[in-house]
Ligand binder design. Structure first.
Ligand SMILES: Nc1ncnc2c1ncn2[C@@H]1O[C@H](COP(=O)(O)OP(=O)(O)OP(=O)(O)O)[C@@H](O)[C@H]1O
Ligand SMILES: Nc1ccn([C@@H]2O[C@H](COP(=O)(O)O)[C@@H](O)[C@H]2O)c(=O)n1
Length: 225
């Protein structure tokens, strides 16, 4: 029997540093990388562009099935939706919020399941999101739940958006992030939570490099045991 392609899942709340760590860990292991949040964000952009209401589950699920989305790996990665680069549009907190609304619909999640699983290709995959270890890759060998205090996460996101020239108020951002996390945690389907057996890493007082090393240690320790 051949071994399944190994997967390291990194789930956690917004701004915990999942994407930053997952991308770097994937590069160091030479594995593929999946930013599942970007898929939900791209769906939110598609819904806006095509005039699909964020309450219309059936239309959103149909849109999700037809999504022509490509992630171009490069020094500055590009997200291409129906041939157009939407990289700048998916980074805003408004888009994150809308993504979190459309992500709460079971038919939307079902429609995006295979797309996410198709990233599992040799020699391995690092996948970040909310339900990577619980729903999308429940058989993953390595599971991390990466968290940080709400204040630290809001400040990180604030700095990130400022660097991109996006003007936001820290107070508004903190409220938005907390509301989004609440919605993600409380939804009945695929809620944000640590998978059974996941290693919990609190990044509040860790540098990016320390988080990367902690994730690599999870992959190494499990492989050795
Ligand atoms: N340990 C850390 N220390 C300081 N800044 C960090 C750390 N980890 C990530 N950051 C910074 O925080 C910001 C958010 O990080 P990132 O996008 O990786 O979070 P995320 O968990 O993937 O968020 P989301 O789920 O909303 O996409 C980035 O600007 C990143 O550089
Ligand atoms: N596996 C996932 C990933 C993301 N979501 C939803 O998308 C929103 C945006 O995600 P980011 O990681 O890019 O911030 C997020 O708030 C979730 O609602 C999801 O449901 N499942």
């Amino acid at each position: 029997m051949h071994d399944p392609v190994p997967v390291l899942t990194i789930d956690g709340p917004s701004g915990a540093g999942k994407g930053t760590a997952a991308r770097a860990v994937a590069a160091r292991l030479g594995w593929n990388f999946l930013d599942s949040g970007a898929i939900y964000r791209a769906l939110a952009v598609a819904a806006m562009d095509r005039g699909v209401a964020c309450e219309d589950e059936a239309a959103l699920a149909a849109l999700a099935h037809s999504l022509d989305l490509v992630f171009e790996a490069a020094a500055v990665p590009r997200t291409i939706l129906w041939g157009a680069d939407i990289g700048d549009r998916i980074v805003t907190e408004e888009c994150g919020n809308l993504a979190s609304k459309v992500a709460a619909f079971p038919r939307v999640r079902q429609a995006l399941l295979e797309k996410q699983r198709s990233f599992r290709r040799p020699p391995g995959l690092v996948a970040d999101g909310r339900d990577m270890g619980t729903v999308v890759f429940p058989d993953a060998l390595y599971k991390v739940f990466l968290t940080a205090s709400a204040e630290v996460r809001a400040l990180r996101r604030y700095k990130q958006l400022k660097e991109k020239g996006i003007d936001v108020s820290l107070a508004d951002l903190t409220e938005e992030i907390e509301a989004r996390d609440r919605r993600d945690r409380e939804r009945p389907i695929a809620p944000l939570k640590a998978a059974d057996g996941a290693v919990i890493i609190d990044s509040s007082d860790l540098s990016i490099e320390e988080v990367i090393q902690a994730c690599l240690a999870v992959a190494r320790s499990r492989r050795e045991s």
